[in-house]
Design a protein around this ligand. Sequence first.
Ligand code: ADP
Length: 587
Amino acid sequence: MSARSLLNDQKAVGARWLKLSVVLGLLNGLLLIAQAWLLARIIDAVVFKDAGLADVAVWLWLLLPLFLVRAGLARGSEQTAFRAAAEIKRQLRGRVYRHIQKAGPGWMSGQRSGALSEDLTKGVEGIEAYYARFLPAMTLTALIPLAILLVVLPIDWLSGLVMLVTAPLIPLFMILIGTGVERLNQQQWKTLARMGAHFLDVIQGLTTLKLFNASRREAEVIARISDDYRRSTMEVLRVAFLSSAVLEFFATIGIAIIAVFIGFRLYDVGLPIPDFMAPPEISFFTGFFVLLLAPEFYLPLRSLGTHYHGRMEAVAAAERLVAVLDAPVAPSPDEPVVLKPEGPIGVRFDDVRFSYEAGRSALAGASFDIAPGERVALVGPSGAGKTTVASLLLGFLRPDGGSILVDGADLARLDIDAWRRNLAWLPQSPRLFQGTLGDNIRLGAPNAPLDAVRRAAEQAHAAEFIDRLPLGYDTPVGERGVGLSGGQIQRIALARAFLRDARLVLLDEATANLDPASEALVQQALDRLADGRTMLVIAHRLATVRSADRILVLDGGHIVEQGDHATLMQQDGPYRRMARLLEVSAP
Ligand code: ADP
């Protein structure tokens, strides 16, 4: 998809409003001609025909509502255009957001979140001017000067001719200048995205930077990037000012020529044009009327020049959005296989291979089985591929080779959203979201009644502390769960899993030590959660591996050993060495 086709696609969303805006603008333009006519009439009458106030009172009274109606039309036209833009932005933001969701964390992890949020906010905003100003202006530029020309040509063809000759120069020069600016604009957009991304990185890593005394150096980098941004902004502005100066110039010349030709004819001075063109006679009224219309003739062309920058900005922004919308999304199967609706799920990895980057495999042919209802611990040194196994099961990544079977069905043949409804995922440090505690527990089951939320919280040993809070389930929590301890956040996350009633629980055990009391509660809740469900734990504690039905030892992307704790301890394999280390480090 190209940036232009994206902009075109989106036009359909606000088409109704855009059309209305153009119609209102055109009406306004037609009334403008009427207004100029009235004004010329009045002045002609007063100056040359000795008319008194009483004689022109009717005209004056007509002028007043005309002003009001025109103001109303101008406002209406602008408002509808912005309304179209708002609708388009909303729809586009939804579209990009949904696509990001589909592309999933596998793709997200390769992106700079600062740049991405810049795209979603500023990028989407960047297209506003295109729809709200440029598109309506573009249509009106074609229509209003044409209407004026149709009025002027019959009454004074000479002025009409001047308009006809000078008008095309304006868009011509605009296009000549515009192509250069387009490149500059894209450049500027990239700098802005880089700046946003860098800011976010720095803010997120502020503690680390402070600790390593690197904040001064970072400040210098930020200063440099900001300066780049300033420079590219100035460059864009320079060209923008230059181009509007050029457009003003042609418009002014055009008006001046018309004025001179009218003036010369009124004073009956010979015109500097060939005799055979025999300039038409002109009355003051006609001359004045044409002169009033002349600036209005050039106005849409000039404003198009201004709004043209809106278009270029939008193209640059759309280019970034297209890059997001082009993120690969796993195709959903035409006829997805449907799993049996309940009971714990069995999993089989059959020679699964995956690599994040060519030549370095994260999983190099991993094969293992997890029986329905089994509780399996996945252990292995850091970098062994444990997280990759979880991400594959969650459908964030797709295997490069081999197959993943769930309940006998190939994961690739399932509808991914339907599959995820069977899962609960408990990451090492679960995130809470802005909202109440109740909302946070309802994350995977938004419509669950309060009773069910309570029951889930009780099972997760979260009810104990929630009930002690003055607002209970209505307690607001911030993004990082301010005011809650690590153990409490873990238990909220567990309550989510209970409420969702998942059939396969994936758990990345927290490595941070909880206090012993919390630890015991979390452990109890986990035992309860494992009951009647299949559970795969990425284990970091000896207690967890001991209580697992089976242990899979992963190393270098292969399963190197499997069995229960007692069996594996009897072998002199990698597990025994690892378990020794865990024993030493256990509190
Ligand atoms: P574990 O969870 O066992 O520590 P991972 O599954 O995270 O291991 O990683 C397995 C291998 O894949 C490692 O070599 C790691 O460097 C690599 N890897 C993990 N995530 C990415 C990523 N997003 N991009 C590139 N390589 C990655």
